[in-house]
Design a protein around this ligand. Structure first.
Ligand code: ADP
Ligand code: ASP
Ligand code: MG
Length: 414
């Protein structure tokens, strides 16, 4: 017997029929003798709907109240799933985040889990119940409801798996694993049997939204074996207990090492440039200081070599922070005596990721040559030990991803 934490995302619980199908799958695992804790998201589209309601009242909703509102989506699905289980004769109990003491810090809308009290859950499990927990939510020290940021149910599931010392955390979604790139963009994408925590962390950070970044951080920190699987596949004779999907775990010497394991992209970035900045010590700080003071995260940064004692300075931010960043830069430009501030929201970041890159030269040159052959202009470049990212015009996103996918031999037929 093992203890398994399963998480079902929005599309997996998007209708009553889907919830009934999840109940069937959970029952299958129970019947095989496993203990099961289920974490669910809100029904697909629900968090967006709630967000829109809030924004009809306030463009920037009060963070505390937004969390009270957004957390309701998951309360609906825990109850419905528990009913579907009970209807099938399977004892189940639903709990909101605060009922099982998912304690977080007080950073509303992107809170971090600090502690989980596993006693209540273990007690229910010992009594033969399936425990159904609302994902994406917790409570801070003073009892305020918090949420964990978009896609946060993944993190709830992994944190629960770590706290309960579960044997595996299974993330059920609408694809049957982690692919070499988003299969919606490249139909030739291939499912990966195994990905290391490190690679998955890079892929998630670089835009692959199949898992929330923090869930991978947690899994890596606590060594939770994580598996991504489809909730849409037929449950079959063993009621869906034949698991394949993609296993995410620590690097293993026996693992076959591909040079590049995946291509990620991010459509959420925008770039801001300050032209003709007097090139003096401290300029980077003077430009980026006010951005940081406004809690805006900066991703890529480029400063050109100075000519005529002036330089150009470019950085990227989340598109949601673009207008604010541009306004701040215009202020800063006046103070510094810079010539002009420009910006562009029609950019994307495309990245290749792979631990195999560490021991191989020439990967960057293959990447740049492939993009050049397709006539794609590279606007920014950044590298780390296991990834290379480029910023290109938005209109080249699909072309770039497809071309790189083929060039690095990732296509299914390769
Ligand atoms: P859920 O609602 O179950 O949490 P998400 O929409 O958050 O599901 O994540 C699943 C989606 O992630 C897939 O439908 C797919 O389009 C997208 N995705 C992006 N990159 C990848 C990738 N490398 N492998 C698999 N899916 C990916
Ligand atoms: N319902 C939340 C969202 O849509 C959390 C999640 O689905 O993981 O972001
Ligand atoms: Mg998700």
């Amino acid at each position: 017997m093992s203890l398994i934490v399963q998480k079902y995302g929005g599309t997996s619980v998007g209708s009553v029929e889907r919830i009934e199908s999840v109940a069937q799958r959970v029952m299958g695992w129970r019947e095989q003798g496993h203990q099961v804790v289920v974490v669910v998201s809100a029904m697909s589209g629900e968090t967006n709907r709630l967000m829109a309601l809030a924004q009809d009242i306030q463009e920037q909703p009060v963070p505390r109240e937004l969390d009270v509102l957004l957390s309701t989506g998951e309360q609906v699905t825990i109850a419905l799933l528990s009913m579907a289980l009970e209807k099938r004769g399977c004892a189940a109990r639903s709990y909101t985040g605060h009922q099982v003491h998912i304690r977080t810090d007080s950073v509303h809308n992107k809170a971090r889990i600090v502690d989980i009290d596993d006693k209540r859950i273990h007690k229910d499990l010992a009594q033969g119940r399936v425990v159904v927990v609302a994902g994406f939510q917790g409570m801070d020290e003073t009892g305020n409801i918090t949420t964990l940021g978009r896609g946060g149910s993944d993190t709830s599931a992994v944190a629960l798996a770590a706290a309960l010392k579960a044997d595996e955390c299974q993330i059920y979604t609408d694809v049957d694993g982690v692919y070499t790139t988003d299969p919606r963009v490249v139909p030739e994408a291939r499912r990966l049997d195994h990905v290391t925590y490190e690679e998955m962390l890079e892929m998630a950070s670089l835009g692959a939204k199949v898992l929330q970044i923090r869930s991978v951080e947690f899994a890596s920190k606590y060594g939770v074996p994580l598996r991504v699987l489809s909730s849409f596949e037929d449950t079959g004779e063993d009621a869906g207990c034949t698991v394949a999907g993609t296993l995410i775990s620590a690097e293993d010497a026996e693992m076959e090492q591909a040079l590049i394991s995946g291509i990620a992209f991010n459509r959420d970035e925008a770039k801001v440039t300050m032209l003709g900045v007097p090139d003096q010590p401290g300029v980077a700080h003077k430009i980026l200081g006010p951005i940081a003071d406004n809690n805006i995260e900066v991703d890529m940064i480029i400063q050109n070599i100075a000519e005529d004692a002036t330089t150009d300075f470019t950085f990227t931010v989340h598109r949601n922070d673009y207008d604010k960043s541009l306004a701040i830069m215009q202020e800063t430009a006046k103070k510094l005596g810079a010539r002009e501030v420009t910006g562009d929201t029609k950019i994307v970041k495309v990245s290749i990721v792979g631990v195999g890159m560490r021991s191989h030269a020439g990967i960057a040159s293959t990447m740049f040559e492939t993009l050049a052959t397709e006539g794609v202009n590279i606007r920014m470049i950044s590298t780390s030990e296991i990834k290379i990212s480029v910023v290109v015009d938005e209109k080249y996103l699909e072309l770039s991803v497809r071309a790189l996918h083929e060039a690095f031999g990732l296509d299914q037929s390769a």
